[in-house]
Design a protein around this ligand. Structure first.
Ligand code: PGA
Length: 258
């Protein structure tokens, strides 16, 4: 039986000032789906996190940072630490988003350090993994996503210390912000590869409990179909999460139909 609760996450990226963030999260909170049946999370830009936390109040919406440094403090101009995210109200942090990897040079080794540090400070990492168009065309998807997964969780494997919880987000780079979505079959196939690899890295029971989200041009029109794809436990939504009506429609597509 699938013990993973559907997980519907919004990545606001570098969008929305504070008052716009508050307006959006309040609109989501007003109609958030039943938290017993689906988890909803938002990841605002750093400057809005604390204000969004206040606006959420007791509504069932989780909060994540979009990135962090691995050190708890120090001379790292422009960076934000795990304890700072915790203080602002985050329970989760997105790590290794393809925009971080491609635009800011993040490597699997850096993501591994960040994941280890996130867990140390009580944050649940959402680790993003995905192949580029070139890699897909060269038929290297499996090899690339397996290597990213291994590299991003290396410390946990080496030290045989399992994180209390971790989420993966399969985000094929060619589908992010492009309007191109992976087919449900593509998503299932990649999620299957990640789950199999995860068994080797984290062991069977942890691998079964780990949600794997799909990200890349998720919209109200394709969310239900993607959620029905075997192995897809949730979504990580960029563009369509900036509009409350479309994000709520997507979030509702996560509610199981029992
Ligand atoms: P998109 O972004 O939904 O705009 O494609 C997804 C993501 O980058 O997490």
């Amino acid at each position: 039986m699938n013990q993973r609760k559907p997980f519907m996450a919004a990545n606001w990226k570098m969008n929305l000032k504070r008052d716009e963030s508050v307006e959006l999260v309040k609109a989501i909170a007003a109609q958030a789906p039943d938290p017993d049946r689906v988890e909803v999370l938002v990841a605002p830009p750093f400057t809005s996190i604390a204000t969004v936390k206040e606006a959420i109040g007791s509504a069932p919406i989780l909060l994540a940072g979009q990135n962090m440094h691995w050190e708890p403090q120090g001379a790292y101009t422009g960076e934000v630490s795990p304890p700072m995210l915790v203080e602002a109200g985050c329970t989760h942090v997105i790590l290794g988003h393809s925009e971080r990897r491609s635009l800011f040079g993040e490597t699997d080794e850096m993501i591994d350090r960040k994941a280890k540090s996130a867990v140390r400070f009580g944050l649940t990492p959402i680790i993003c993994i995905g192949e580029s168009l070139k890699e897909r065309e060269e038929d290297r998807t499996t090899e690339v996503i397996e290597a990213q997964l291994r590299g991003s969780l290396k410390s946990f494997t080496d030290q045989k210390r399992l994180p209390p919880a971790v989420l993966l987000a399969y985000e094929p780079v060619w589908a992010i912000g492009t309007g191109e979505t992976a087919t449900p079959e593509d998503a299932s196939q990649a999620h299957g590869v990640l789950r199999t690899r995860l068994r080797k890295v984290l062991g069977d029971s942890r691998a079964v409990a780990t949600p794997i989200l799909y990200g890349g041009s998720v919209k109200p029109e394709n969310a239900a179909e993607l959620m029905r794809a075997p192995g897809v436990d949730g979504v990580l939504v960029g563009g369509a999460s900036l509009d409350p009506v479309s994000f709520l429609a997507i979030a509702r597509a996560g509610v199981p139909l029992t």
